[in-house]
Write a protein that binds this ligand. Structure first.
Ligand code: AMP
Ligand code: ZN
Ligand code: FE
Ligand code: FE
Length: 326
């Protein structure tokens, strides 16, 4: 059933309601909300705290204006956007699920056979010592990677300074390849982030440098230790089906994985169907999210996928059980 299903208009206008019985006047946004039906929940969005282009407070206001009820802010390897997003969420009356997208790896730690894996952590305590220490390592390694990538770009004839990348990263806590791509765009070396990744910066592209990440199992451990729930982000996006096997997913489930992000723009209808079957067999929750990055990524509009409110209720309850609060 579509949450947006439209009721047929009654052929006879209803009699006027006596003013005493009239419901209180509501603002248009509340009316839209009331008419919309089931909760609109997007559990994977990025802000300028990592590689999104909307500042966290604006992102929350944008989500509210669109009519979303719940968003999870899941910046890469940082909780830096949560305070501002939380304040804005409280002001507009939207529920903010605190999150992060933790960089991890599959296979060896380094080299061509090492593959990136992303774990969404929901409801983690942002001050958990072990998780905080790991995040510091990851962010330092991100910063140390940039000059290496710039050197390789220089070898391909692209002149680009560290200062230009830093200017693009602005206040971002987690500096990444998308900011490098933005610097290339600003120089006119590529037309957009997509082209930068497709031609140079992608995982199988000519410009590559190792960075520190934990194993996926350790990432799940850290998220759980911090009181959170771990969901594997876009498991089969961009060719990852070649290395993310059902057996590997079963192992990660044994390790305490909570769910799979099945509905993601980068998954085909057939992949979604098979991932749903897998989640069902392994007893994993199924989430549906946009991976919105603002102007930073085409085809991932805010709210593009909606997590089932029943799944969200289970996640929320699990977090409350684990920590006594969200
Ligand atoms: P990094 O975390 O610095 O290694 O960069 C990887 C990030 O770049 C991913 O998490 C995505 O958010 C982003 N990304 C990957 N591929 C693309 C692409 N084709 N276009 C835009 N952004 C991308
Ligand atoms: Zn990103
Ligand atoms: Fe990701
Ligand atoms: Fe993401």
């Amino acid at each position: 059933m579509s949450p947006m299903s439209i009721q047929p208009a009654p052929s006879v206008p209803p009699p006027p309601v006596p003013s005493a019985a009239r419901p209180p006047r509501r603002r248009p946004s509340q009316l839209l909300r009331a008419a919309k039906g089931p909760l609109w929940i997007d559990l994977h969005v990025h802000s300028t705290a990592s590689d999104g282009t909307d500042p966290p407070d604006q992102l929350v206001r944008r989500a509210h204006a669109l009519g979303l009820d719940v968003i999870a802010l899941t910046d890469h390897d940082s909780f830096a956007g949560l305070a501002a997003a939380g304040a804005a969420a409280e002001a507009v009356g939207l529920e903010l699920m605190p999150g992060l997208e933790l960089s991890a790896h599959h296979g060896p730690a380094h080299g061509p056979d090492s593959r990136p894996v992303h774990l969404l952590g929901y409801g983690c305590r942002p001050d958990h010592p072990e998780l905080t220490a790991e995040l510091k390592l990851i962010r330092r390694s991100r910063r140390e990677r940039t000059p290496k990538l710039l050197e390789q770009l220089a070898g391909l004839g692209f002149e680009l300074d560290l200062a230009e990348v830093e200017a693009q990263a602005g206040s971002a806590a987690a500096v990444g390849r998308p900011h490098l791509a933005d610097a290339m765009v600003a120089r006119g070396q590529v037309v957009d982030r997509d082209q930068a990744f497709a031609l140079y910066l992608g995982d199988d592209g000519p410009v590559r440098a190792d960075r520190h990440t934990p194993t996926a199992a350790r990432a799940v451990d850290l998220i759980r230790a911090a009181g959170g729930c771990a969901v594997l982000a876009h498991p089969w996006a961009r060719g990852a089906e070649a290395w993310i096997s059902p057996a590997w997913l079963a192992q990660l489930t044994q390790h305490g994985l909570f769910g799979l992000e099945v509905d993601h723009v980068d998954h085909s209808a057939d992949q979604r169907r098979r991932l749903r079957q897998l989640a069902d067999r392994l007893g994993l929750a199924v989430t549906s999210s946009s991976d919105y990055h603002g102007r930073g990524r085409k085809g991932h509009p805010l709210g593009a996928e909606r997590t089932d409110p029943a799944v969200y209720a289970v996640l929320r309850q699990r977090l409350v059980d684990q920590k006594g609060r969200l």
